[in-house]
Design a protein around this ligand. Structure first.
Ligand SMILES: Nc1ncnc2c1ncn2[C@@H]1O[C@H](COP(=O)(O)OP(=O)(O)O)[C@@H](O)[C@H]1O
Ligand SMILES: [Mg+2]
Length: 162
């Protein structure tokens, strides 16, 4: 199976005046298609920092990131980062980060709207994924009507629709 993502010797420093905190001290791993990896560690050990870098929402200070075997020199750097996020990354946040003024369907279909999919295709895939997460009946509801667990399922559907 091919390598979906590989990171090599990732370092991240947070600077505060002349203080510098090394949040990531040379992290490396790779993932093949279909593999699942759980990253575990105590609070403050750098899990969120690592995920934000892999999610192209922050930039590493050192190290390399390969996507589908190709070295991405500008992984977390705009405008490339937006492209990587929309085409390759689904991110589920601890605090759901749903758009409060949108319905369930609107939140879930957003990645496809941004990817300029055809509206017929958007409707079909939104319907399918909402069925898959058990929220077929809630599509027209504002997300604020949903329970915490249901909102997290909307976030999962949004992360996986593309
Ligand atoms: N924006 C930031 N500025 C300065 N220090 C930060 C910032 N974000 C995280 N840190 C520090 O980096 C370390 C790793 O944090 P984080 O990645 O959030 O850990 P985890 O998610 O494993 O709890 C912690 O010591 C934290 O205080
Ligand atoms: Mg964290």
């Amino acid at each position: 199976m091919s390598e979906i993502i590989k990171i090599k010797d990732i370092h991240k420093f947070y600077k505060n005046g002349k203080d510098s905190l090394e949040a990531l001290k040379g992290v490396s791993f790779s993932l093949k298609q279909g593999e699942i990896l759980a990253i575990m560690g105590s609070s403050g050990s750098g899990k969120s920092t690592l995920l934000h870098i892999i999610g192209a929402m922050d930039v590493a200070d050192e190290g390399e990131i390969y996507l589908n075997g190709k070295l991405e020199e500008k992984y977390g750097v705009e405008p490339n980062a937006t492209k990587i996020r929309s085409e390759n990354i689904g991110f589920i946040f601890q605090a759901f980060n749903l758009i409060q003024d949108f319905t369930v369907e609107e939140n879930v279909s957003l990645p496809l709207i941004l990817a300029k999919e055809k509206s017929k295709e958007i409707r079909k895939r939104t319907k399918d994924i909402l069925e898959w997460v058990g929220l077929a009946e809630k599509g027209r509801n504002p997300v604020t009507d949903l329970s915490g667990g249901q909102q997290q399922r909307v976030a999962i559907a949004r992360a996986l629709i593309n």
